[in-house]
Every structure is written in C-alpha cells, then in structure tokens.
Unconditional design. Structure first.
Length: 581
C-alpha cells in the first residue's frame, strides 16, 4: 500500500499509539535500512497487526473489518473463487443488493477488484483486515466435508475387496479415489485431528476423526469405495497391495506452504475388510513450552531445575494418550543445543528432531529397547531418551546409564507420580539405585480446553458439592486454591464451594458447537529429596511417599485440575474424567 512513512509517523504521533522516542528511532532505522516503517513497528512489537491495519484504513479512508469471529455463509464466500481468494488474499463477506463487501490486505489492488467486479457484475466495496482474519476465512472454504464429497461419489469406484492386485493398483491411482483420500486428509488437517479412523462395515464405511482426544463422525461412505481407499493409502504408505490377511504399518508425508504433516499408518484386517488408523504428526509445530502445556509455578521450577542436571532420570508417567511423548519431546527441545549429543530409542519414532539421533526398535531382528540402549551407550551420548521402560532389563540399563553421567528421559505407565517408585521396585530395581538415580517424576493427564468465546459461568449446588466430596478431598483442595497466589485472585471472595465460579461448555461457531478447543495438561511433579530417597530405600508405600511429597509442597493432579477449573481453562467434567481411577 502506498502510504508515505511521514504520513504514517504523523498519524501515530497524533494518536499516541506508539511512544514518541520509540517511533522516532524506528523511523530513522527504517530510512537507513530502506525498510517499510509499518513492518518495522510490527517487528519491534511497538504495534500489533490489527492496530496497524486500522491506522492504514483510517489514512486510506476505507473501512476496517474484524472477521476473527465471523462465519461467512457459503453462498457469499464462494462468490470469490477459492483459488483467487488464496492467491490474492481477498474474501467476500457481505452482500447487500448489488453491493459486495470484500476484505483484503491490499485495497489498492485494483486489478483484482476489477476482475471480481467483471466476474460477479456487482459493485465491490473493499475493506481492510488482518492476515490472520483472512486465513481464518480461507479455512471456511474447506469446512463442508459432505458438500465436497457430493460430486466425487457420483463416479463408479470399482473393484470390490476381491480384486486382483493390478486392478487395485489401477483404482489406487484413479481420480475419484485420489480425490476422496486427499479430501479426507485435508479435512483432518483443517480440523486439527490427531487420528483418522476408516472403519469398514457390511454395507458402508465410517470415517471418524479424533479431535482433542474425542472421536467424532466425519463421513459415511458407500461400501464400494472401501477397497479403493485402502489401496490408495497402501500406495502412499509403500505397503503391499495384495496383503489383506496380516497387519501392516507404514508412513507418508504431506507438505504444503502452510503445513508439513507426517502420517503414521496402521492397517488391521477386520471381518468386513481392513481397518485403517492414521496418526497425524505435525512436523511444523514449533514453540511448544512446558508453560504452554500447563506446568506452572513451583512444579515448573522443579522440572527446569532437574532437567538441567548433567545426570539422573526424568520420568513421565500416565496412561496411553496422556501426552507423555509430547512432554519428553518438549524437554528434549529445551535441552537440544550444539554442546550435547542426544540419542533416542523409540517405538515408533513419532517426530523427527534436528540434531537428535533417533533409533527405531525392531524386535523381529533382536533390536529391543534393551539391546538398542546397550549399543547406544557406546555412542558417547549426553542425553538419552527411552520411549518406554517395559521390562526389568531396560530399567536396569537406563538406571546404570543415569548413574554413569547420562541424563535419561523415559516414560512408565502408572497412575500417579508417587506410585512410580514402588512400581520400579516391583519391576526388580534395587532400592538404592532408584534413590540415587531418579531426579523428578512428572505424572500427567490431558483435559480439553474450554472455548473462551462461549464458556458459560455457573456455581455448584449443595447436592453437587456432596457428590464431589465423595470423589475428592474438596476441603483440602479449597484451602490449596485459597493459598495459591494465582488461583486466590479468582476465588478471593468465596467462603465455600457454593460461591466458587466454574465454567461449562456451551458451544458456538468458533468451536464447532463442541464447547472445547484444544487441550491442556494437568500435572503433579514429584522432585526427589533426601526424605523421599530415604523412604524409597525403606520400601515405603505409594500413600506414604505421596504424603511426604505433599508435605514438601507437591501439588497433586487433582489440585492442579481444580486450579485450571477456577481460571476457566477447563471444566469440572473434564478433570473428573481425567482423574478418576
């Protein structure tokens, strides 16, 4: 946009949006470097993009629109074709009579405006918006999965499950099947699904997406497309087309300008054909931190302190699907510098990390966790990550590695942090080895985050509080919340649970009617100290260890869950679902 730097500077000075000294310095720097003043202000975080775009709109004399929470009717959205919208960052959002309002990033792009005017025969009213708002509206082009499948399924897709390999190979590269599979994958990425389930039944094929840990029906397809879909996925994953009796595993990758997703594929023969489950692994997701995952306060300090020690064990525990691997990868990302050699033994390798030597186990050829770990110790590692400790041999090698100057990261399946220590004793580990090697234990669960746009406040009645008291020691939890410096701000006026404001899901366009968007962890972090080490050598029970850890200041998973409830991060139902044993 042709806005002179001096014009922008004068307006910002008049409006006091940027401190005068900072603005003068930025203007000089922009002139010296030949850089756009607006772009430099964004870079230096002196202005955010919505504020800058509003200034541009005012100077140019055109309207600014906030589309971040808008859902555009599909018939209006499609007035501007998707390809044009994506290429030129322009979207239609309102039609009144012969006038069409369009939001764009560069309202001086007269060529595009003229093209749309000729194509639609409407008078175009340009408005300015932000890049983020444009992206959110562009995603709406792809929202309707069923609509997109309408014309694809009109073509005949053969052959059926009894087809010969060469027929299957032809179907797998046929246009209808390619479009069906591409559309299923594209919508799974768009909806931030973690898994795709393709399940054949007698007369139809069900497609389900796991979003925020919960499976949702996405599509029901006719049975005659099943063989073609499975064949196409086998071709992508480099699997055997003619093998229908044995399970197969593979992977493939999809890359675009916006994302880079790796798919881990599992094929399993079932009564009506082959069931396909694909795990989506986003290789472009950066910037995940322990704080963003939900570890806070003293627990966060304890984790950072322990992972920066040169040796010992960092253990993450919890059931399958509780985010243990993500926590380990986040810790590795923090520790991943050029000064250290990080090596992993995994089954399977989930995410690829630069400068990390990742080994995939293969029991068929004798490459077990224990065998791989033993070889890995001869590779001069500083930090070792063992995907999971499943047996006594792996545990013993990992503990000896931790004793001999290595930092070992791993996972175990236990219900709480305190239960991990007796579990290690049950697996045959020596008490003195556990006491001297374990640095910290992180127990975790995943809960869904409430949608900030539609969450609804409420309070518990007496009956609900009585029911809650049967599951949890709510008086102790209440005192914890009252004493915690952050949560006390949210419940400072409350004298009992009846006066505590909680939030429940409501459902809106932003969250697809679910009431939840994304997930967050609830944690308990047990840092080893002299008292607990002594108790381990005396084979103390889980209850005794937990009692001592709480005396030392450990926040339990339930307390952390309620800490997030009173702040409106998650709901009571989610915490109860995650913490019930």
């Amino acid at each position: 946009m042709r806005i002179e730097p001096e014009q922008l500077k004068l307006f910002l000075l008049d409006s006091n949006l940027v401190p005068k000294e900072a603005l003068e310095q930025a203007a000089r720097e922009a002139q010296e470097k030949g850089q756009n003043l607006g772009a430099l202000l964004l870079e230096k975080k002196l202005l955010d993009e919505p504020a800058l775009q509003k200034v541009y709109a005012y100077i140019l004399g055109i309207p600014f629109v906030d589309l971040s929470k808008e859902t555009i009717p599909i018939e209006i959205l499609q007035i501007v074709p998707e390809l044009i919208a994506k290429k030129y960052n322009i979207v239609a959002f309102e039609k009144t009579g012969a006038n069409l309002k369009v939001a764009m990033l560069n309202p001086e792009d007269l060529q595009t405006i003229d093209f749309i005017k000729k194509k639609t025969g409407l008078k175009i009213v340009p408005c300015l918006t932000t890049r983020e708002d444009i992206q959110s509206i562009l995603r709406q082009y792809e929202k309707s999965l069923k609509a997109e499948f309408g014309d694809i399924l009109t073509g005949e897709i053969k052959p059926d499950g009894e087809s010969r390999e060469q027929d299957l190979a032809q179907v797998a590269v046929g246009l209808p099947v390619i479009r069906i599979v591409d559309t299923l994958l594209k919508h799974a990425i768009l909806e931030s699904a973690s898994d795709i389930h393709i399940e054949p039944e007698e007369k139809e094929v069900h497609v389900r997406y796991r979003i925020d840990g919960v499976l949702h029906d996405a599509m029901t397809l006719p049975k005659d497309v099943a063989a073609g879909i499975v064949a196409r996925i086998k071709v992508l994953s480099n699997l055997k087309l003619d093998e229908h009796r044995l399970p197969q595993d593979g992977r493939f990758k999809i890359e675009s300008d916006e994302y880079k997703i790796s798919f881990r594929v599992s094929m399993l023969p079932v009564f009506d054909g082959e069931k396909v489950v694909m795990r989506l692994l986003d290789e472009t997701s950066k910037g995940l931190t322990l704080e963003k995952m939900g570890i806070n306060g003293p627990a966060l300090e304890a984790v950072h302190r322990e992972i920066n020690k040169p040796n010992g064990m960092i253990l993450v525990t919890g059931p399958t699907g509780s985010g243990k691997t993500t926590t380990l990868y986040t810790v590795m990302d923090i520790l991943n510098t050029t000064e250290v050699n990080i090596s992993t033994v995994e089954d399977p390798v989930e995410y690829r990390m630069p400068r990390v030597n990742q080994t995939q186990i293969n029991p068929k050829v004798g490459m077990t966790f224990a065998a791989a770990l033993r070889s890995l110790l001869r590779q001069d590692p500083d930090i070792i990550m063992v995907g999971e400790i499943r047996d006594q041999e792996t545990l013993e090698i990992a503990m000896h590695a931790a004793m001999t100057g290595h930092l070992v990261l791993s996972t175990l399946h236990t219900n709480s942090a305190a239960a991990t220590l007796p579990r290690m004793l049950d697996m045959g580990a020596e008490p003195f080895l556990i006491a001297s090697t374990v640095n910290v234990i992180i127990a975790q669960r995943l809960v869904r985050r409430l949608c900030a746009e539609c969450r609804a406040p409420y309070t518990l009645d007496k009956k609900e509080i009585e029911s809650l008291a049967k599951s949890y020691d709510i008086e102790t939890v209440f005192q914890y919340l009252k004493n915690d410096p952050i949560s006390q701000k949210f419940i400072e006026k409350a004298k009992s649970w009846e006066e505590v404001t909680m939030y429940r899901p409501a459902g809106c366009d932003q969250c697809g009617g679910e009431g939840y968007r994304g997930r967050n962890g609830i944690y308990e972090v047990l840092a080893m100290d002299t008292d607990i080490r002594k108790m381990v050598t005396q084979a103390a029970t889980t209850e005794e260890i937990e009692k001592q850890a709480r005396k030392n200041g450990m926040t339990t998973m339930v307390e952390d869950g309620f800490w997030k409830i009173v702040q409106g991060i998650t709901s009571l139902e989610e915490v109860m679902r995650a913490t019930k044993e």
